[in-house]
Ligand binder design. Sequence first.
Ligand code: PRP
Length: 179
Amino acid sequence: MHKDCERIMLTEDQLRARVKEVALQVDEIYKDKRPLVVGILKGSIIFYSDFIRFLTMHVELDFMAVSSYGSGAVSSGKLNIKKDLDRDVAGRDVIIVEDIIDSGFTLANLKALLTERGAASVMIVTLLNKKDRREYDIAPDYNCFDIENEFVVGYGLDYNEQYRSLPYIGILKRSVYEK
Ligand code: PRP
C-alpha cells in the first residue's frame, strides 16, 4: 500500500469483480444498439478502460473534460467545458462513465447538456457514489459502490494530480491534505 494511504477501501479484486458485474448489466440493455460511451476526464480513465473491456456490444468511444468550479457554496450554475466531444450526440444513445458523483453538479449539468444537444438517451454509470454529499437532483443509473465521505484516491482518482495510477481505491491520510 502507498505510504500516503491510511487503508485500502477497495482492492483490485473487488474493483474488477464489481466493474464486470455492472458492465454486463449495461451490456445486456444495449446489446442491439451502438451507444457512444463518454468518459469524463481525467478521473474516469481507469474505470472507463476496465468497463469497456467487459462490453460485447459495439461501442464508440469519446471523452469530455469538464471542471466543477460551480459546485458547492460558490455555485455558478455553469459547467466549464475544457474538452468537448468529437462527435455529434444528436439521436445517439449515450453512456456517461464517471469515477465519482459527489455534489452531483457535474453529472446534473452534463446530462442536461447532452439531452439539450438531442441525445436519444443518456445513461449515467459511476464507479463511486457519495450519496450523503448530494446537492443536485441527479442519481446514477448504475453505480458500482456507495461510499462514505472519505478522501479517496487511486484507480483514476487524484489529490493534486497524484495517486491516479494506484491500482486500488485507498483512503488518503489526513496528514497529506491537511499539511
Ligand atoms: C471530480 C469527478 C467528477 C466531479 C464530481 O472531477 O471526476 O467529475 O469531481 O463532483 P461533483 O459531483 O461535486 O460535481 P475533478 O474536477 O476532480 O476532475 P478530475 O476527474 O480530472 O480529477
